[in-house]
Write a protein that binds this ligand. Structure first.
Ligand code: PLP
Length: 456
């Protein structure tokens, strides 16, 4: 049975009991979930009244050290699990520069109030049920307002809700192509596109890219030679290369798509990062054949799983039916939360905060790795590093990991296995600023070392 050790005597006994509990928890002598002696047991052992022990337990409870369960006894509190928004960026001892996600700042302030409002709001009963095709009108209207920041005039009648942009990609591919059809995307692309294409039995070819994104001449060549069905393009803050396609090139790409009767999936999930909305999305250049995709995953919170697909009205029923086939509907509860975020203006504020945080981190990356071939953008969530000789991207990613930093080797982004790359993607937003500085400094150290090798 646990017995308190008293180190001093000049305090009321109940406080000494609480102090002893605190000390023993800190020292690991009392473990989370461990049952403490009953009041009677401990009172007998200490030769005091059960009331004194009870006051000691109450005091420890007030300090958050104990929890009582009626009829079961008193237990050492389990350590608070980190909340979802504080998810550790150093799981498995690694500083995580592998995932592109918004920073936690801001969301933690907003979320509890928003959830409470949703739970007590007048809309609750409406969003507990199945929703009609493509989502509730109010949710589509909020979606149109969000999309409208990038695509002015976006109409709610042209919106279909999705469970995030990955689902939007699946809905577009599933609706517009068939087994064995050819899809084009950037030669280095978001791996979610590669896995979807393979999973759905579509062929994928990479259009050559330069520092400004997809090359029109390469697209034209592939269209002429292979007659693809669909083009997927990430024109703003490209993942992984962080290029931004200039407007003239967007117009050229749109013209080629029109010439070859190609549908365009304009994945604009990072468009909100564009400083001053500098470039209109690709969809604005060919609205009649573009499926515009975005989601709140990068601007607000990945766990919302709410995305918006905007497309010509004639195509919408196909998309709505693919949403139904795949997930029935994105959760209306989450869509309501997203709508309140958008309608209240809070969403814009949170996204603006993310841009500010990203700008600061981009500067940090430039300060530490700027002597290398680094591609970032003013508010970008990630940078692309072209490695100097003698590195290969897999080798660098491997060695970085061995040094406690996880990032993604460029080879993971190759649309075709035959492709090559010397780059790595470094995502900047997941860790704390201090962790990020430490990780980037470690990477700089690795790059500076002559002929680095890991050996056993
Ligand atoms: C280019 C691109 N599209 C889509 C997605 C998927 O986003 P979501 O979380 O909204 O499904 C990502 C996620 O990293 C991405 O980088």
């Amino acid at each position: 049975m646990w017995l308190p050790q008293f180190t001093e005597q000049n305090q009321p006994l109940y406080l000494l009991i609480a102090d002893a509990i605190e000390r023993d928890i800190a020292a690991g002598r009392l473990l989370p979930g461990e049952r403490l002696p009953t009041l009677k047991e401990l009172a007998a052992a200490l030769q005091v009244t059960p009331g004194t022990v009870g006051r000691g337990y109450d005091e420890a409870g007030r300090r958050g050290l104990l929890v009582g369960e009626v009829g079961r006894g008193t237990f050492v509190a389990r350590r608070a699990e980190p909340s979802a928004v504080d998810a550790p960026s150093m799981a498995s001892g690694q500083i995580d520069l592998s995932i592109i996600k918004p920073n936690d700042s801001g969301v933690a302030d907003w979320l509890p109030g928003a959830l409470a409002e949703l739970a007590h709001g007048t809309e609750l009963s409406r969003v507990l049920d199945y929703s009609a095709d493509g989502g509730h009108v109010a949710h589509k209207q909020a979606g149109a307002a969000w999309v409208g920041q990038r695509l002015p005039g976006a109409a709610w009648q042209q919106i279909v809700l999705t469970s995030g942009a990955q689902h939007g990609l699946m809905v577009a591919i599933g609706s517009l192509t068939q087994h064995d059809d050819l899809i084009l995307c950037e030669e280095l692309c978001y791996p979610g596109i590669i896995s979807l294409a393979h999973g759905l039995g579509r062929r994928l070819k990479g259009v050559r890219i330069d520092a400004h994104g997809m090359l029109p001449e390469s697209l034209r060549e592939l269209c002429a030679a292979h007659r693809p069905k669909l083009l997927i393009c990430v024109a703003s803050h490209h993942n992984p290369c962080n290029s931004i396609m200039p407007s003239e090139r967007r117009a050229e790409i749109a013209a080629i798509a029109r010439e070859f009767e190609l549908f365009i999936v304009d994945d604009d999930i990072y468009g909100f990062l564009e400083a001053d909305n500098a470039h209109a999305p690709l969809a604005a250049f060919a609205p009649e054949r573009s499926i515009y995709l975005t989601s709140l995953s990068k601007s607000i919170l990945p766990a919302l799983r709410i995305g918006y697909l905007h497309a010509p009205q004639a195509m919408l029923s196909r998309f709505a039916s693919m949403v139904r086939s795949s997930v029935w509907m994105p959760s209306p509860l989450m869509a309501q939360l997203a709508s309140e975020l958008i309608d209240s203006g809070q969403g814009r504020e949170l996204a603006a905060r993310q841009r500010q945080e990203a700008a600061l981190r981009q500067q940090m990356a430039r300060d530490i790795l700027g002597i290398y071939e680094l591609r970032g953008q003013a508010n970008g969530y990630h940078v692309w590093l072209e490695l100097p000789q003698p590195w290969s991207s897999d080798e660098f990613a491997y060695l970085a990991r061995a040094n406690g930093v996880s990032l993604v080797s460029g080879s993971q982004f190759l649309a075709e296995r035959s492709g090559t790359t010397r780059g790595v993607r470094i995502a900047l937003m997941a860790p704390s600023r201090d962790e990020l500085r430490l990780a980037l400094t470690k990477l700089a150290g690795l790059l500076a070392a002559p002929e680095p090798r890991l050996f056993y």
